[in-house]
Design a protein around this ligand. Sequence first.
Ligand SMILES: [Zn+2]
Length: 301
Amino acid sequence: MEKEELFKRVKECPVCGSTERKLLYPSNINNFDSEDFKITDSHYGKHWQMYRCENCSFVYSDPIPSKKLLEKIYSSIEDPDYDIEEEGRKNNFIRILKRIKEIKNEGRLLDIGAATGIFMKLAKDEGFEVTGIEPSTWAAKRAGEKYGLKIENTTFEKFESEGGFDIITMLDLIEHVENPVEILQKANSLLKKSGLLVIVTPEIDSLLRKLTGSKWWHFRPPHLNFFNKKSIRYALNREGFEVMRIKPYHWKFSLYYLISRFTIGRKICDKIDIFKKALKFLKIKLFLFDSVEVYARKKDN
Ligand SMILES: [Zn+2]
């Protein structure tokens, strides 16, 4: 790939179009490879050159990895560590499904960035008619092997469908894409009247981010864009959605998962098996409140 195909300049805010911006952080990523883009990657505190829009407060990367480069990276990703924490992820997803069911109890659900299909499987078991999209060939195949799910192995940009979905979910997806507004527009066009959109994404103005500054654990090479409560509301409203609910998102993970995020912790765990087993058994709830869970309805018009 030519160098100019790898990165794209972003001179105006992708959400509101304003050119008024402030440099938040210069880039500290010198080189990277597809390993850095795994979900379970632990290179925390790594970010691209980030700007904050002075109009809508959206935080975006400039330059940003191009769609072409992202597609190349994500299609080839293999992330066996993702399944280690299947139980923990299930807990998080069950909570989200419960809230979805309070709003829409049945119908066609599209999960964008379905990974190995954990959420899709849970939704299917709850009676939803599920479709999933996942660019990683490895993950899509894994979903088939594990749960017999058929996931469309493509990007959302390339996904072709007549639409008519009742629910679209984007769990930890929108911070990974080159242009979040295009994603919202496409989601809107695929939803039925009054369809439900569910987004989970890191929150740039959360207390934890303020405390940890540029070392925040959501600053990682795959995270390109960051919303706060104000900018996500603004973006959704502008793209034809009415925000119903925004709430902080908490995680439930095993202590093993947390400790193994750090190289030294992982080395110790892998040496002492009993220690590893004990830590896997210990589930902890992390009330970091540095992600948001957003429920929005497609406006009728
Ligand atoms: Zn803006």
